[in-house]
Write a protein of this length. Structure first.
Length: 365
């Protein structure tokens, strides 16, 4: 059976090796990157600066195959959510959040999530597998392709920012994520600057160090608690990489390549982590870490067991941090009427961990 290679998920280095093995010069990689990712072309016949002989050769054992969009939903605020099919019978979700002068694409890295943060709907779905590089960068490819047809929106329809904050823990799928990031940053691909590409992690310390060494992107950390005993419950990976180790890795990340700051994400859970005492502990905890703090109002989902903090509590929390000289913002909830807000992405996961089944049983008891 002939093996067919999907060139969509190959970065420049991979394509150079691919063409070298076929006896072709290295510059073919740049040509392909431009056609596939800069111009959005998936038909070899349209690649007019490549010889007809090479185009014919590529068609025999190669494809440029973006993922299939199963459905699209548009929220009242202009947020768009795509349900994207992946091999194996599952699907993932990708979200585009438009503003007046910028558009942010939220990309998934896993089918489900290998971690189990208790406030996140994705974690409740369990985990099937990591996405391939083609499935990750393919979300950007199809989103840009779809947005070209949107001509009646008063908001930005160009993808100016990408955040790896969709389904999954990106740093548990390091190789594929790193390849996709390389394509996003490539001057011949999507040409996205470092500050406009952000990887969000729950705190995998060794992978944070590796990210600093191998990928020139911004970092966000899902912090959500100012002390280990609480974070152990909300973000269970903390039991393996406690706050002292995590924050030390954050300092190393900022120090490498003169990165400016890290974004600390903090979901506001009523009666759990939202008191002024928590805010004071957070201010003390982060004193030596170059960072800004992003407060995220909790977005509800069925049987979550949590409620969003009151507006007054969020404002008081934010003001205390600002009074302690932190840049603190509160994220505006977007797309919640189509379940596209932070923590609400679920897709359709064939859970091989049986986590979703176990959680469902507990909720019925």
């Amino acid at each position: 059976m002939q093996v067919v290679t999907n060139l969509l998920g190959m970065d420049r280095a991979s394509l150079q090796s691919f063409f070298k093995a076929r006896g072709e010069p290295a510059y073919r990689a740049i040509q392909l990157i431009k056609w596939i990712h800069n111009r959005g072309i998936a038909d070899f016949n349209l690649m007019t600066d490549i010889s007809k002989a090479l185009r014919t050769s590529l068609q025999t054992d190669c494809v440029i195959q973006p993922p299939e969009v199963k459905s699209e939903h548009v929220a009242s605020d202009g947020t768009r959510k795509w349900l994207i099919a992946v091999p194996g019978g599952s699907s993932i979700e990708t979200v585009f959040i438009p503003e007046k002068k910028r558009g942010t694409l939220c990309i998934s890295s896993q089918v489900g999530c290998a971690l189990n943060c208790t406030f996140c709907s994705t974690g409740r779905q369990g985990f099937q597998r990591n996405l391939t590089a083609a499935e990750i960068i393919g979300q950007l490819w199809v989103a840009r392709d779809r947005l070209r047809d949107v001509t009646d929106s008063p908001l930005c329809t160009k993808i100016t920012n990408v955040v790896m904050m969709g389904m999954g823990e990106p740093l548990l799928n390091f190789e594929a994520v790193a390849t996709a990031l390389s394509i996003m940053r490539d001057e011949h691909g999507y040409e996205l600057p470092r500050r406009r590409v952000t990887v969000s992690t729950s705190g995998l310390v060794p992978a944070i160090d590796r990210l600093a060494a191998e990928c020139d992107v911004s970092l966000a950390v899902s912090l959500h608690a100012p002390m280990d005993e609480l974070r152990d419950v909300i973000v269970p990976i903390n039991k393996k990489y406690p706050l002292t180790e995590l924050l030390a890795a954050c300092k190393r990340y900022v120090a490498s390549n003169k990165r400016y700051f890290i974004t600390m994400e903090y979901v506001m859970l009523k009666g759990v982590n939202d008191s002024l005492a928590h805010a004071k502990k957070l201010a003390a905890l982060l004193r030596d870490v170059p960072c800004k703090i992003n407060l995220i109002p909790f977005n509800p989902f069925p049987n979550s067991g949590y409620e969003c903090s009151d507006e007054e509590a969020i404002l008081d929390f934010s003001n205390l941090l600002s009074d302690n000289d932190y840049v603190c913002t509160t994220r505006k909830t977007r797309g919640d009427d189509i379940d596209a807000a932070c923590g609400q992405l679920v897709g359709n996961v064939l859970d091989r961990t049986k986590r979703s089944q176990r959680l469902g049983t507990r909720q019925q008891e």
